[in-house]
Design a protein around this ligand. Structure first.
Ligand SMILES: NC(=O)c1ccc[n+]([C@@H]2O[C@H](COP(=O)([O-])OP(=O)(O)OC[C@H]3O[C@@H](n4cnc5c(N)ncnc54)[C@H](O)[C@@H]3O)[C@@H](O)[C@H]2O)c1
Length: 287
């Protein structure tokens, strides 16, 4: 633990802007496809040794094959991060191989099935907790001691814009994502003096296997300018680029923050662009 840099020369150098994670060991949960898959690919392209935790054996195998073919360093572990024994097996494999972990991306999460609160049950609450929040605690706990011991580390939690605004379709899902966002903030304050930064990404509108924003919407594509201020669907790579920023020294003075990566939906709040009116409106009769 140090008192921190007092001199500009003590700010870590960025020797190669094309290899922002050169030599780092990065664990990505749900790294077989979707946002996690794009993060695994981009981190490997930037020189990280990527350790993917993926429940689906086919996805685990495919990401390893693709990243290796592109010249990246990667291993996939077929694990279910909601099972503590699997998390222990993952941590053991990573720490035995490398003796350390530099970056952890907690990315696993799922909104399905959405349950209206007046129809929800203890079982549906438990399901939302298990798949969106509990494993963030478990996986972080499994790696944080190694980071504290090393005096450095970086954690990126992928949650949702629905944890940063009111989500009426399933308030329990929204609450779990909000908990991940606030865990991010609290842990950042706790661990900053150990050289560990913790930040989050509030995702929205991103085309993945879990959320298909394109199929069935072909006749209303012109409405994207209503759905997102930037006027387009998001791609997993949009999320991965922000994760790279947060995981690298580019954001060396940033911790405890949750960045909406949402094409502007959070910023827009209740304001929707109406193509018919040709302006932003906040009441549906103008749409
Ligand atoms: N896509 C969006 O627009 C969107 C919006 C809001 C929030 N999110 C959040 O972003 C994150 C990634 O979402 P996505 O759309 O890429 O999801 P996805 O379902 O397309 O991909 C998730 C990956 O995680 C794997 N996985 C699922 N459960 C697992 C488990 N228990 N253990 C290990 N691996 C597991 C899946 O097999 C898959 O490869 C999630 O936390 C999700 O809630 C996404």
């Amino acid at each position: 633990m140090s008192n921190g840099p007092r001199d500009i020369a003590e700010i870590p150098d960025i020797p190669d802007w094309n290899r922002l994670l050169d030599g780092r060991v990065a664990v990505v949960t749900g790294g077989g496809d979707g946002i996690g898959g794009a993060i695994a690919e981009l981190f490997a392209a930037h020189g990280a040794a990527v350790e993917v935790a993926e429940i689906d054996p086919d996805r685990a195998e495919r990401i390893s094959r693709d990243v290796s073919a592109a010249g990246g360093v990667i291993r996939s572990h077929v694990v279910d991060v909601t099972i503590d024994d699997d998390v222990a097996r993952l941590a053991d494999a990573v720490l035995t191989e490398h003796g350390r972990v530099d970056v952890l991306v907690n990315n696993v999460g799922d909104y399905r099935p959405l349950v209206a609160f007046d129809e929800s049950t203890p079982q549906s609450w438990q399901r939302m907790y298990d798949i969106n929040l509990r494993h963030v605690f478990a996986v972080t706990r499994a790696f944080v001691s190694a980071m504290v011991g090393a005096g450095s580390g970086n954690i990126v939690n992928v949650h949702s814009v629905e944890g940063m605004r009111g989500f009426p379709r399933d308030p329990v899902y929204g609450a779990m994502k909000a908990a991940v966002a606030h865990f991010t903030t609290c842990l950042a304050v706790d661990l900053g003096r150990h050289g560990i930064r913790v930040n989050g990404i509030g995702t929205d509108l991103t085309q993945t296997p879990q959320v298909d924003y394109l199929t069935g919407y072909e006749d209303v594509e012109h409405l994207w300018e209503s759905w997102a201020p930037v006027g387009r669907v998001g791609w997993p790579q949009d999320q991965a680029r922000v994760a790279l920023f947060l995981a690298s020294e580019l954001s060396g003075f940033v911790t405890g923050h949750n960045i909406p990566v949402d094409g502007g939906t959070k910023a827009g709040g209740g304001w929707l662009f109406s193509p018919r009116a040709g302006r932003f409106v906040n009441r549906s009769k103008h749409l």
